[in-house]
Design a protein around this ligand. Structure first.
Ligand SMILES: Nc1ncnc2c1ncn2[C@@H]1O[C@H](COP(=O)(O)OP(=O)(O)OP(=O)(O)O)[C@@H](O)[C@H]1O
Ligand SMILES: [Mg+2]
Length: 262
């Protein structure tokens, strides 16, 4: 059985080895091998259809890999489904909004703590445990800047606040690794810096690792420690924001166009 190269590479929280995912004849992710350093912000960029979301789906166990291996803290998690990776400490956002519109902010956050608590969704949960979830939900609401809106129904929140709520829901069970798929999508551009500052604060203060899929290049360059560029399912380049900005292959394949667009 293959082993993670953890001991040789130091503090690697997530490692993939030749991860591949096919949909019939289409190769959405083609033999992607990356290493993610713990407590960093690592972005995955690439044009539409490059395979970024599919890759995240494989990491979180939302989709099975066709081949290859995924290691989280040295443990082989390749075959684990979403709820198991969540229990291990991987929090996953989806490209589309995932909140319960008719519940309040606090209820949404509390449910997502509860979903991962022991005795999942059991009818009998002790009052004490309920109180713990409730307290955690308040704490998280505060952390994501929604302390004033805890009793508002989620559907009544402006879009920017809904994205904060989603972040709160991912954060609620206190994951070590957060997989954020386009967290700023659909936001008014003047709201983006605030959300990114929040993500960075969460990452730094909580000693967390964030993997980010993002199309806004200014955001990516300003906030990433490391960037992996995907193109047609494969890794085209990898490096610091400075290295990626200066990389000619990346420039020709894609970056120049994106900067023009944003
Ligand atoms: N469930 C699926 N069934 C069939 N093909 C799929 C499925 N999910 C994704 N694909 C295909 O796999 C390829 C990669 O898609 P993916 O959504 O991973 O790209 P992406 O990089 O996230 O793109 P975007 O930036 O537009 O979100 C695309 O060609 C897409 O059409
Ligand atoms: Mg996507």
């Amino acid at each position: 059985m293959e082993r993670a190269t953890l001991s040789m590479t130091g503090d690697i929280i997530l490692e993939t080895k030749n991860v591949r995912r096919e949909f019939g004849a289409l190769v959405a992710v083609a033999d992607v091998s990356i290493q993610v350093q713990a407590r960093t912000l690592h972005s995955i960029i690439g044009p539409n259809g490059a395979g970024k979301t599919t890759f995240f789906n494989v990491l979180s166990g939302n989709l099975a890999a066709t081949s290859g291996r995924v290691f989280f803290k040295g443990k082989d998690i390749t075959r684990l489904p979403l709820h198991k990776t969540a229990h291990l400490g991987i929090g996953r956002s989806f490209q589309i909004t995932n909140i319960f519109p008719n519940l309040t902010v606090l209820e949404n956050i509390r449910l997502s703590c509860q979903a991962l608590g022991r005795g999942n969704f059991r009818f009998f949960q002790s009052h004490r445990r309920f109180k713990e979830y409730e307290e955690r939900a308040w704490e998280v609401a505060q952390q994501v800047g929604l302390a004033q809106q805890t009793l508002a129904l989620a559907r009544t929140l402006p879009h920017g606040a809904q994205r904060k709520l989603e972040l709160g829901m991912i954060l609620a069970p206190d994951p070590e690794l957060l997989l954020l798929d386009e967290p700023t999508a659909g936001m008014a551009s003047e709201q983006v810096p605030e959300l990114m500052a929040l993500i960075e604060r969460i990452q730094e203060a909580g000693q967390k690792t964030v993997m980010l899929v993002e199309h806004n290049m200014h955001v990516v360059m300003a906030h990433s420690d490391k960037i992996t560029v995907m193109h047609q399912g494969a890794v085209l380049a990898e490096g610091t924001p400075e290295e990626i900005s200066a990389n000619e292959t990346v420039q020709t394949a894609y970056l120049g166009e994106l900067y023009k667009a944003s």
